[in-house]
Ligand binder design. Structure first.
Ligand SMILES: [Zn+2]
Length: 432
């Protein structure tokens, strides 16, 4: 069969099941779950794999799964990634009233797109070499650090991002290259391509003071909240030293400010990210931030414990793979409906994937409001759910058609920035 007729069959199959794809997106939207707890979302994905007769593995990285469209394919395996998790936005009108989780980052759309790509490709896999694996990955949002740290202490995970855990446990070993998707409420066009993202280091900070009567004898105490405030001011004093080209972002929060109001605060906790465009820039900024945090403690005689964790690596899209994605996007919506993105100061664990294999992702419109905000919502289900399924499925056809020549060429031209087998030790060394 010609490549064009395969592509037509793929598009027809996706259109025929558009209602089901939209239903997946809408069902996940109303049941948002936080990272490493996405049990219902995982169950929905696995039910769909089962209905399609796809062989799959589950409980990878706690809630993740991986389904193969062919029983066994020789040659490159394209990983199509969907993220399972929501974010905590307790002010979102459609949040889960108990957990405060809401899909204010639109990951529900990714799950619809991932499964939709599978529906489109299912009947043409015999015409293609290699294989396609659908990867439903937990915990893209790096949050609830305390909870994830408790899982780490129990030996259930090592890293706080789902794709990082997929890499660590070997679930990416047989994947040759990866395609992802993400909603983009910043664009007026239908789709976006290109761009790059900051990486970061994650941080937990503990200021230890000494409690004493806040009114009667504050001179007997050590005020850990004052230490934390001086630490924050110290961080602000570093900002003029951050170079524009490094795109540093430091945004700490205080998660505990004291025990009781009539005691001098003796136990104050903070969390932060230190983000930047390159690993060198992140390390440099992180050293300054840690120095500032400790200075706050020194000023009042408190103690400061800093616990740094590997965050995500900077995301560098593979230019050749992104070119294939863009061409397919343009074939569906035209060049004028595609936004070419620049550098984003946000972060994603697709960055980690992009260090070990060719990786790219499509941005889709169809949503409005602020990303991670209470006003975020999906407004066009075709653009948010169905269109990215088509772009990713057509890209898989290009990659795997004719003995997977294009996939092999892209793989040959790719140089990993971290040898895949060294990934875990490389990440651990980042914060050592
Ligand atoms: Zn997101």
């Amino acid at each position: 069969m010609s490549k064009e007729s395969i592509k037509k069959r793929v598009l027809d199959a996706i259109d025929a099941r558009a209602d089901e794809i939209i239903d997946v997106g809408e069902t996940i939207w109303v049941k948002p779950e936080l990272g490493f707890k996405e049990w219902k979302t995982a169950e929905l994905a696995e039910r769909k794999y089962g209905e399609m007769g796809w062989v799959y593995e589950s409980k990878i990285g706690i809630t993740g799964s991986k389904a193969y469209l062919k029983k066994r394919g020789r040659g490159p395996v394209i990983g199509v990634i969907g993220e399972l998790d929501a974010i905590r936005v307790p002010d979102h009108p459609e949040c889960d009233p108990i957990t405060g989780a809401a899909h204010s980052c639109g990951h529900n759309a990714q799950m619809a797109a991932m499964l939709g790509a599978g529906f489109g490709l299912n009947d043409v896999m015999g015409e293609l070499d290699g294989n396609v694996a659908l990867l439903a990955v937990p915990a893209e949002e790096y949050l609830e650090i305390d909870y994830r740290n408790s899982l780490r202490e129990k030996g259930k995970l090592e890293f706080f991002g789902g794709k990082q855990e997929f890499i660590r446990v070997g679930a990416m070993k047989d994947i040759t290259m990866s395609l992802g998707s993400h909603t983009d409420s910043e664009i007026t066009e239908k789709l976006s391509v290109g761009g790059s993202n900051n990486g970061f280091v994650g941080k937990m900070v503990h200021y230890i003071g000494l409690e004493a009567h806040a009114g009667g004898s504050p001179h007997k105490g050590i005020n850990a909240l004052n230490a934390a405030m001086l630490g924050l001011m110290g961080i602000h004093a570093q900002r003029e030293t951050f170079r524009d080209e490094d795109n540093i972002r430091v945004h700490p929060i205080i998660t505990k400010g004291g025990e009781i109001v009539n005691n001098v605060p003796a136990d104050v906790r903070m969390e932060s990210y230190v983000r930047g465009k390159t690993v060198e820039a992140i390390k440099d900024a992180n050293a300054k931030v840690n120095r500032a945090l400790k200075a706050g403690a020194m000023a009042v005689g408190a103690e400061c414990e800093i616990d740094d964790h590997p965050g995500y690596m900077p995301y560098i899209k593979d230019a050749a793979l992104d070119g294939v994605l863009k061409a397919n996007a343009a074939s569906l919506v035209g060049d004028e409906q595609i936004k070419i993105k620049g550098h984003s100061t946000g972060s994603t664990d697709l960055g980690d994937v992009s260090c070990i294999m060719p990786t790219t992702s499509i941005g889709m419109g169809g949503c409005t409001g602020r990303g991670h905000g209470r006003d975020y919502k999906i407004v066009d289900t075709q653009i948010a759910y169905v269109l990215p399924a088509k772009v990713m499925a057509l890209t898989c056809v290009d990659l795997l058609y004719d003995k997977a020549k294009l996939a092999k060429k892209i793989t040959k031209g790719f140089k990993p920035t971290i040898p895949p087998e060294d990934y875990t030790s490389f990440m651990q060394r980042l914060v050592a």
